[in-house]
Design a binder for this molecule. Structure first.
Ligand SMILES: [Zn+2]
Length: 264
């Protein structure tokens, strides 16, 4: 049985101290599910509503930072799986935020279908690869990195660290869920070529601030501890960690693809 069906890890539902990453970019997710808040004078952009049950944690995190949950104006997401987008409808209902989803994932959100998804949610705007979402002076770019889902999105934005603009990259997901067919997948015939393309895209991004849909992609908990020991240093700046992570995930993808091609 795929591990994902055996129950969600309990730490996904645990609160984590919300924190500033850089500039107007903050972490407001749980211990295992990343959510990011981009604040602007015109209201905020939230990336990832996670599950319905995670939404109260996100709301509390936003308020703990001194911002208003009701000021969330735009809701974006990593990909149309329930651990990132099942709560979309709830955030929309509570804040009135506009829901924007990569075109290839829009139907899954609209119908509430797909892994761990629960109920339908209105999609106010479909996004295309490379589209820039601008609001209140903030700009985020939707980079299509499909494979994990057909519309899996890596978000990038520039934030200032000590007066220098740095590229933050929120990786959508480079992972193959247990039981996923890379070969002969009737529902998603282009899955392996999409993954191939996504790895090329990730390798081409000049990432400086490494973030992702789940905090363990970038070692959030360890970096958060390090930040306490080294105040004044931006621990989220980790170009090397990003490159190593993508390289390791690509290796895992290629091994799994080879295994499936052998019929293993
Ligand atoms: Zn997923």
């Amino acid at each position: 049985m795929p591990a994902v069906l055996a129950g969600d890890p309990p730490y996904w539902d645990e609160a984590f101290p919300p924190h500033k990453i850089a500039g107007n970019l903050y972490y407001v997710g749980s211990k295992g599910l990343s959510s990011y808040l981009v604040t602007t004078p015109r209201g905020h952009i939230l990336i990832n509503a996670s599950f319905e049950r995670t939404v109260p944690l996100i709301k509390a995190a936003i308020e703990k930072l001194g911002f208003r949950y009701s000021d969330v104006k735009i809701l974006l997401g990593s990909h149309a799986h329930g651990d990132h987008m099942a709560g979309n409808w709830l955030v929309k209902e509570q804040t009135g935020a506009r829901v924007m989803v990569m075109r290839e994932d829009a139907e899954a959100v609209r119908k509430g279908k797909g892994l761990l998804m629960t109920r339908p949610c209105v999609v106010d705007q479909e996004l295309r690869d490379g589209e820039v979402v601008s609001w209140g002076g903030a700009s985020l770019t939707a980079v299509l990195t499909a494979g994990h889902t057909e519309g899996c999105t890596t978000w990038t934005m520039e934030v200032e660290v000590e007066g220098v603009k740095r590229l933050a990259v929120m990786v959508g997901s480079p992972n193959i869920n247990p039981g996923t067919k890379l070969v002969g997948n009737a529902e998603y015939p282009g899955i392996s070529s999409d993954f191939e393309k996504a790895f090329r895209v990730w390798k081409g991004l000049p990432c400086e601030i490494f973030l992702g849909a789940h905090p363990e992609y970038y070692g959030m908990a360890e970096k958060f501890e390090l930040a306490k020991k080294k105040p004044g240093r931006n621990v989220w700046m980790d170009a090397e960690g990003y490159r190593a992570y993508i390289a390791e995930r690509e290796k895992a993808f290629r091994a799994e693809l080879a295994r499936q091609r052998r019929g293993g």
